[in-house]
Ligand binder design. Structure first.
Ligand code: 4AD
Ligand code: MG
Length: 467
């Protein structure tokens, strides 16, 4: 078999039923016998949500020998004629002339049988779950969102930048770093004061996996104007929640000559573009998720694609929360960070739609955010969406050398470690801004999946890294 003469099911289904020699290949979903010695096989090849119906007539050579052994999960190739279907479920079906077994599947061992399996159980089978309807649909949705991301930024003149995965700067200053080292863990070299001697480590200094590509993106934005990076990021936070992963993908645009309002406008246009893309390009997947997972999915996506996002300052948000019927688990106090319950109240109850919260207290945000004239708040913005809360975090960056140095010190960081970053302020500094979108949270928003572990092909969370 060559791949060129195999037709993908997504290309076959729209064809008029008048083709003689058609060849498909895929995995058996179901097989049933019907009257007149016919057998029906539902075959799926992953190219689209739907499978193709194969009808096996008794005169097909495989009918007696092979077909009775075609259990769910078996891989086969089928040649036949694409003919009008007598059934009501489909317009056309493949009348099999020849069936070849590519890979048998033992029904006593294969975990994906016809009965529904819980998401929890499927998380233990990350290598097999893409064969289910739900996870096949999630994978296609994710692919559409990635392609739509590149289209969006490319059309606006953003340059796609690859930022490092191993870094020596802690962007968020939060210390949730996965260390990268080749030192022997049981007996690392030590300095006279007892501290580990990283000068003897691979990079000659301590290194870790990146928590964000932002700082490197700033360097390129401050040379090329507008860039974006789309890569894996890593956070060693011990948070076991429905929206945190230890490894997740982030889309981070960065623009020179831009302030916070321009940043918020870009975030809004980007999210609208993504919602439109999945509504237009994944209608079957969205219909499935809306029917099976989240009834509010389609209306939420329509709102996301069309509604104007409400703008609210943090201070206004706190006032709304203080007036809310509550009660909240975490207190509503000016100066404290918004918790998920607060974010969800603001977007789901107060605004009832997408909201951009800006100007957070300086004390709860990283060193790089631009200090506002009030000296108390920074030019930060978070985009909150119903069902998830924070999907995007961004800011205008502090472009003033003295203020930035002061903020680094206040955050307990050593300016000596950020000399290269300070250089961007020494040599032709400009106002600039950017944001980061959590890609798996985006997949959750566009699928209605409650748990982020189901939005990532091979999720990594505390004490869990399968495959
Ligand atoms: O708000 P965060 O931490 O912002 C940054 O990292 C900035 N440096 C981005 C920038 O301005 N270029 O993270 C950005 C987004 C969050 O809004 C959230 O959607 C997602 O990344 N995120 C996570 N997603 C899954 N698991 C986690 N542990 C996440 N932490 C953040
Ligand atoms: Mg954030």
């Amino acid at each position: 078999m060559t791949n060129s003469d195999r037709i993908r099911i997504r290309d076959l289904l729209p064809e008029a039923p008048a083709r003689q020699a058609v060849r498909v290949a895929g995995w058996v979903r179901t097989r049933r016998a019907a009257k007149g010695d016919l057998a029906f096989i539902e075959l799926n090849d992953g190219s689209c949500f739907a499978g193709v119906q194969i009808v096996v007539p008794p005169e097909c050579p495989a009918a007696k020998t092979l077909v009775p052994r075609l259990y769910p999960g078996s891989a086969i190739e089928v040649e036949g004629a694409w003919v009008p279907s007598a059934g009501r479920e489909q317009a056309a079906e493949l009348l099999a002339e020849r069936i070849t077994l590519l890979g048998a599947c033992d029904p006593t061992a294969y975990p994906l049988q016809k009965q529904r399996i819980s998401f929890e159980r499927l998380r233990e089978l990350p290598h097999l779950r893409p064969r289910t309807n739900t996870f096949g649909a999630v994978a296609r949705l994710r692919d559409t969102l990635a392609a739509a991301t590149h289209q969006f930024f490319r059309a606006r003149g953003f340059l796609h930048l690859h930022t490092p995965i191993i870094t020596t700067s802690d962007c968020e200053g939060a210390g949730a770093l996965f260390q990268v080292t080749t030192l022997p863990l049981d007996r690392p070299p030590r300095r006279p004061d007892g501290a580990v001697d990283y000068q003897q480590d691979f990079f000659g200094r301590a290194a870790s996996l990146t928590v964000s590509g932002q700082l490197a993106a700033e360097a390129y934005a401050c040379a090329l104007g507008a860039v974006y990076t789309f890569g894996p990021t890593f956070r060693a936070e011990d948070s076991n929640t429905r929206r945190h992963l230890a490894e997740f993908w982030m889309v981070e645009p960065e623009m020179a000559f831009a302030d916070l309002a321009a940043d918020a406008a870009l975030a809004e246009a980007y999210l609208k573009h993504l919602a439109r893309a999945v509504l237009d390009e994944c209608p079957d997947e969205i219909a499935f998720f809306t029917a099976r997972i989240e009834p509010l999915l389609r209306p939420r996506l329509e709102t996301l694609a069309t509604a104007t996002f409400t703008r609210l300052t943090y201070t206004e948000g706190m006032a709304a929360l203080a007036r809310a019927p509550g009660p909240f688990t975490f207190p509503v106090t000016w100066g404290q960070d918004l918790q998920t319950e607060h974010e969800r109240y603001l977007t789901e109850e107060f605004v009832k739609g997408p909201v951009i919260v800006s100007d957070y207290p300086r004390g709860i945000k990283p060193f790089y955010m631009r200090l506002n004239d009030d000296g108390q708040t920074v030019a930060a913005m978070d985009v909150l969406l119903p069902g998830i809360g924070e999907i995007i975090g961004g800011s205008q960056r502090e472009e003033r050398l003295e203020v930035l140095t002061e903020r680094l010190c206040a955050a307990g960081l050593d300016p000596a470690d950020y000399e290269w970053y300070l250089d961007l302020r020494r040599f032709g500094t400009v106002p600039h801004a950017g944001f980061g979108l959590g890609f798996e949270r985006l997949v959750q928003v566009c699928s209605g999946l409650a748990n982020i572990r189901d939005a990532m092909p091979f999720p990594r969370t505390p004490r869990n890294a399968l495959c």
